[in-house]
Every structure is written in structure tokens, then in C-alpha cells.
Design a binder for this molecule. Sequence first.
Ligand code: AMP
Ligand code: MN
Ligand code: MN
Ligand code: MN
Length: 276
Amino acid sequence: MNVDLHCHSTVSDGWLEPDAVVRRAHANGVELLALTDHDELGGIALARETATALGMRFVAGVEISVSFAGETIHIVGLGVDVDAPGLRAGLELVRSGRDLRARKMATGLEGIGFVNVLEGARRFARNPALVSRAHFARHLVAIGVMPDVKTVFDHYLVRGKPGFVEHEWAALEDAVGWIRAAGGIAVVAHPARYRLSSANMDALFDRFMAAGGEAVEVVSGAHTDDEMRRFATVARSRGLLASRASDFHGENESPVDLGRCNPLPSDLLPVWSRLL
Ligand code: AMP
Ligand code: MN
Ligand code: MN
Ligand code: MN
């Protein structure tokens, strides 16, 4: 089965509306899709309705921003009840810091000579509660500062650069707890992307599992083949369920399109065995 359990719409920092994400996934042959916008469930109803009309399976998802060992970690929740009050309140709290952070990012970038960057970033953000670094990056590309979003991140938006602002997201245990209380399965998203020492990576999985987390993205659009093999080993040795996820944001920004990632190594237990 072609399964894709991580992607974004305009409700967070994707380029396509939720219904367009679903239609593109369907056209690409996806048979089970999860929409997982950052810290926000606002796209689920339209995505689900569109999937139903196309006869495609769909599960509600979310990608929660977490602070752990000085890094931002992303925890995906799959199969969550979008009406669960704990999850809704938790996500609202996570989102609430974004506006102030965006203003501080703009101040940092204005300090090196840019003007009106907050307005610029907001023009790319369809959801005013969810201004992301990706929206700043798109604005800086649009005004011709840098050739592409990745280069903007490297020069302006990562730690140590003028547009980076330290931010305290959710606690790991809280995010996993909200997902579980909403009936969902918690997944460590794209683990190879975190700058964690090997001791901290172990601690991340220890604490994630102690909190009730059950799965890891082994196949991710953000992973190389070597990274996939590394986290396949983690899934095997820890008995974690394995996920397959494009993390698609848009055509010109994402290395892997919806449904086009590698297959999961065949000996791993797919997380979707619990979602069907
Ligand atoms: P934020 O949640 O506002 O910190 O934004 C994080 C988002 O920015 C991620 O979900 C990606 O979509 C994007 N992003 C982060 N790092 C990079 C990078 N190095 N290159 C391109 N996009 C990135
Ligand atoms: Mn994103
Ligand atoms: Mn992520
Ligand atoms: Mn993502």
C-alpha cells in the first residue's frame, strides 16, 4: 500500500490548500494519507472530506513543535481525535508564542538592513496564527536576497544567524500526552534532522517511549538512505513502529513528492497496521 503519513498545507507552511494536498496525493497513487500541519488541526475537516469524495483513506494528524535538549524536535500525532480538548488546548498554547517570535525574528533581520520583513513573511502565511520560518524564507527568496529557501535558512534563520530566535515550544511529555489522550499514536518525525549527541538522541527515544510514544519516521523525505538505515536499526532495537512520510510542503521546496518516498524496510512493523 502507498502510505504517506506526514505533509503540510496552507494551514501551516505548505503551499497547497488542504483539499489540493489530498488531490495531489491521490493523483500520485497514495492510498492512505495523513495531513500533519504544524501545531494546528484546521485543515483536517476539508482534507478528510476531499479524501472521502475520492475514496482515499485518510487519518487526522498534527506535527507538534517540542523543545528538547536545546533543540526543536517534531512529534507527529497520527489518528488523533481533532475534538479532544487536551490536544486542542495544548496546540493553542504552542501556537500562541509564534506571533511574538515572528516579531523578534523581524527585528533581528531588520537589524542587518532588511525592511518590512514581518509584513513580507505574513503575506506568505495564509494562517495568521502560524507564521513559520518558512514564510520568512519565502519572502527573502521573493525579494531576491537568496536563490532558494534552503540557502535562506543557512544564512539567516538557523541558530547563530540574525533571524533566529530561541523559543520554548511544548515539553516532550506534554506533546506525547496530548496525542495519546486524543487517541493517537505519537511518532518521532525525521529524527536524522536533529543536532543531538548520540547520548541525547538515546535520551530522546527513552523519554519519548516512557511517555507512551510508539513510532519513528524511518522513511522520511528529509532522510538520506543511510539515515533511513540508521533509524530502521533504532526501530528494530527499540521495538518501535515505523512510519513512511514525505514531509511534502510544495513542489519547488520538497525533495520528495507525496507518496514518492522509499518503501519501508520489509521487516519493520508499519505504524499504519494500527491506523487501518
Ligand atoms: P518553524 O516551525 O517556524 O521553526 O519552521 C520550521 C519549518 O521550517 C520546518 O517545518 C520546515 O518546513 C522549514 N525548515 C526548517 N529548516 C529548514 C531548512 N534548513 N531548509 C528549508 N526549510 C527548513
Ligand atoms: Mn514545515
Ligand atoms: Mn518537521
Ligand atoms: Mn513536517
